[in-house]
Design a protein around this ligand. Structure first.
Ligand SMILES: *[C@@H]1O[C@H](CO)[C@@H](O)[C@H](O)[C@H]1NC(C)=O
Length: 351
């Protein structure tokens, strides 16, 4: 009886411990999944928001970086800052009515290249409101903020490195792509399209994807793209070859800033994957153990061991004129001079 009780109690304790441990390692991003070294295969995964609520994402893993696509079935809050580390561009996929998929990199036009894209979930802070607010939740990608758009300004977006611009005709400050998950099946707004070239260049100029890189169909949603003042307004209603679009948010894996090592200087080429840190021991010190050069690996860790530089008095070559240096008692040394020299450092020629 007692042993039965003990066994049940043990199992319960194990279950509690397991569950507790499991909660602590809940991944919050595709980068977390990749760095945990458990998965390396692009595909659909469950990650968690800051309140530990799960949602589905498609992770496209590349070496040292990747893209996160949020499932349009998501109904919990998404802490977007956990997913995006690089706001220089987004990857936009579109799905054609024939089932094929295409992609294009969208970024700022050259004149605004130092303004990061603004990627927001269900908000549009510093940008213009969308035309289909009832079709949320949504991922908002803001290009030029309201305060930087002007009547007669040159505005637009860049596709795969090519500027697509227009001249703002009335001061309206729309400058966004938005991807709408339409939780309640709302009907699209009847807002008039603007049939400019820019409205569909990101589709006509997109790259065809090989089938092996296709996103599940369920990841494509309704979208709006809106620029100007005479730029473009387009939704799947106005772009008949397209059935939906999806936005890939870029993350880059990086290593923490390498630690300082006493009696050494460090030089860091980059903290991104493939970057190096090189330690150089100060004069009079040499490496006792560890690695003087380390590389940032795709797991977000530096390769090798932190080095230690220890005082080896002879390493500063204190004995002159061909004298030999011998270490004594750890940090001291004596010089053994050749026949023609003498002195502590063999500095005096013998007469
Ligand atoms: C961000 O992405 C760009 C590619 O658009 C890349 O060249 C750059 O190194 C990335 N920056 C960081 C800090 O990861």
């Amino acid at each position: 009886m007692t042993s039965m009780f003990t066994m049940v109690a043990r199992i319960l304790i194990l279950l509690v411990l397991f569950h507790h441990g499991y909660c602590q390692i809940q991944p919050k991003s595709c980068a977390d999944l990749y760095m945990s070294n458990i998965v390396r295969q692009s595909g659909e995964y469950t990650i968690y928001n800051n309140n530990n609520q799960p949602f589905q994402v498609y992770c496209e893993f590349q070496h040292g970086y990747g893209y996160t696509f949020i499932s349009p079935a998501t109904r919990v809050n998404v802490d977007i800052a956990n997913l995006v580390t690089n706001r220089s561009h987004v990857l936009v996929r579109d799905r054609r009515k024939d089932g094929t998929q295409y992609e294009a990199d969208l970024s700022q036009i050259t004149s605004h290249k130092n303004t990061p894209l603004s990627i927001q979930y269900n908000t549009y802070t510093s940008y213009r409101e969308i035309q289909n607010p009832s079709m949320g939740p949504y991922v908002y990608v803001g290009f030029i903020p309201v305060t930087d758009t002007h009547l007669r300004g040159t505005e637009g977006y860049q596709m795969d490195g090519q500027d697509l611009t227009f001249t703002n005709c009335d001061g309206n400050s729309n400058s966004y792509f938005v991807f709408l998950f339409n939780a309640h099946g709302a009907a699209p707004s009847s807002y008039n399209p603007t049939y400019a070239l820019m409205q569909k260049q990101w589709i006509d100029g997109a790259r065809a994807l090989p089938r092996g890189r296709y996103l599940p169909d369920a990841y494509f949603s309704f979208f709006e793209m809106h620029f100007g003042g005479c730029g473009a307004y387009g939704t799947p209603q106005h772009l008949p070859q397209v059935s939906g679009a999806a936005v890939g948010l870029r993350y880059d894996i990086s290593c923490p800033m390498p630690v300082d090592v006493t009696h050494a200087t460090k030089s860091v080429s980059s903290t991104l994957v493939g970057g190096h840190v090189t330690y150089t021991c100060d004069l009079g010190y040499t490496r006792a153990f560890g690695d003087l050069t380390q590389t940032c690996s795709p797991t977000g860790r530096w390769t090798g061991l932190t080095p230690s530089c220890q005082s080896f008095p002879c390493s500063s070559h204190p004995c002159q004129n061909g004298g030999l240096c011998f270490e004594i008692e750890g940090s001291n040394y004596v010089c053994e001079c050749t026949e023609s020299f003498s002195g502590t450092h063999c500095e005096k020629p013998n007469m």
